[in-house]
Design a protein around this ligand. Sequence first.
Ligand code: S3P
Ligand code: PEP
Length: 430
Amino acid sequence: MDLIVRPTPELNGEIGALSSKNYTTRYLLVAALAEGTSTVYYPAHSEDSDAMRRCIQDLGAVLEEDEEKIVITGFGGRPHDVKELNVGNAGAVLRFLMAIASLCPDVTFVNSYPDSLGKRPHSDLIVALEGMGVQIEHQDGKLPIRIRGGKPQGGKISVSGEVSSQYLSALLFLTPLLEEDSEITVLGDLKSKVVIGQTLEVLEQAGIQIDASSDYSRFRVPGRQIYQAKSYTVQGDYPGSAAILAAAAVMKSDVKVHRLMEKSKQGERAIVDVLQMMDVPLKHQDDTVHVTGNGRLRPVEFDGDAATDAVLAMVAAAVFADGTSRFYNVENLRYKECDRITDYLNELKKAGAKVEEGRSEIIVHGRPGGLEGGATINAHFDHRVIMALTVVGLRCKEPLLIKDAHHVAKSYPQFFDHLQALGASVEWVK
Ligand SMILES: O=C(O)C1=C[C@@H](OP(=O)(O)O)[C@@H](O)[C@H](O)C1
Ligand SMILES: C=C(OP(=O)(O)O)C(=O)O
């Protein structure tokens, strides 16, 4: 489905942030790996979290659900002998479950999004798992991927962190279940390092003991551990909320987003600091971010690796700043649902933005007077491109038509409802 974003002068109102995608996938997984029955309160409801839900059921977890929670009886360290798993377009779910599937005799991950997840690389994880004695068939490191496991071996394990932190997270979920103790060494410069903090936080809550070096380059993981059944509460999601906050920042607004923990380990909470650096009037207290925008923004320089899933929203705000902004250390944006540098900037240019790319950076020459708009946008199967182009479209002179905007449901199905509730002029078209 396509969506029209029309110029909108003002946003006003209050919303509750959606539930965190990263915490939901992790809590569902540790609950599935536990012996006994766990409860996850306020899980995210999106395509990615549904993918994890569906796959852990296929692997033998038993789920009962109501409005506020999912009660999960885990399969412990013994997943069912499932033949096929379909993770949809969810990268983290795929990578985490590739590691867990190595406990099964023979599982194939199908390629249901050939133009998105089907293009993303998994070689670094494949190499690490092969080093643990797992046999893997793949298409040059890509889907479909067939994993013939059974009894992966711990011990000394190396994994590259250069492309994604998800490979390391995957091994951190698997190794506590192995017979042997493990020592994981991370090769190269670990990207999205802050996300490993979320993995370790959840593992600790699940009763798993891991000794991590302070720079996250080495991990000692005792084997034969048991995931404990626990109750978890999912916090609000900063990456999705970043787009709402950016929208409020680029125009006259009085917008509150609730349920955004000040002490969260989500790196994307940096959206608050970045908007403040851009002189956007806002307050963050009692887990509520309150933006009182006036449409005036200063340019900013930011290391985007610290907040990988919020960079596109930050760039969308910078499009209207009164000067040149730079987002650096962002090469791994190229390996997401689309190439979030080249593909994203091409769409921004269609709307009239002045942007330039380097291998690992995005440069934005702000246009405080607003953009022309009047363009048709290709979503590239990417929820974050859709959200960011919506932010831009609200301040264009002519409407933007976003093709296939339904892919927003990968992480934030209520995004357009939330924006409409705040007064944005957005409309689905057939
Ligand atoms: O571990 C996770 O849940 C995620 C890690 C990040 O990926 P990379 O480590 O590939 O940057 C992030 O972009 C993704 O949305 C979710
Ligand atoms: C990149 C993302 O997710 P994943 O890697 O899990 O597909 C994202 O949510 O922006």
